[in-house]
Design a binder for this molecule. Sequence first.
Ligand SMILES: [Cu+2]
Length: 150
Amino acid sequence: MNPQTIACTVLAFALATPVYAEGDLSRANVIDVVIEMGTNDDGMYLKPDNYEFVTGQAYKLILINVDEIKHELSLNEMVERIFTRKIEIADEKGELVAEIKGNVREVEVGAGKTVEWFIVPVQTTDEPIEITCEIPGHLEAGMRASVMIK
Ligand SMILES: [Cu+2]
């Protein structure tokens, strides 16, 4: 190979290689997962009501409360199987209001508001675990979803 060919080969390889955030799994190739919270004719819901995550993959859970009342997302035992990088709260203009770091079990989302929860699952599940809204009456009204971590 002449030097030009080698340069082209190196460049082609560089372009084909995915870009990682210097080995930080919590920041690389984050997948957005929308979790809608609301009320419909059947009661209350988390939509979708079924999630599948993969260990080592970074996710941004986008909790969107489309309702006129507040709702909550409680991860229950899922919290022991994930790493929370941060939770972000922004105002109407998209300006950051707060960034919360550390181990969080549940997040309450105000009526019509959105909160972003950045996680990385670290442990698989043998059977589905349930995430819920723990506001009295809401679980009974249907606010639950099942989660598998592979
Ligand atoms: Cu609720």
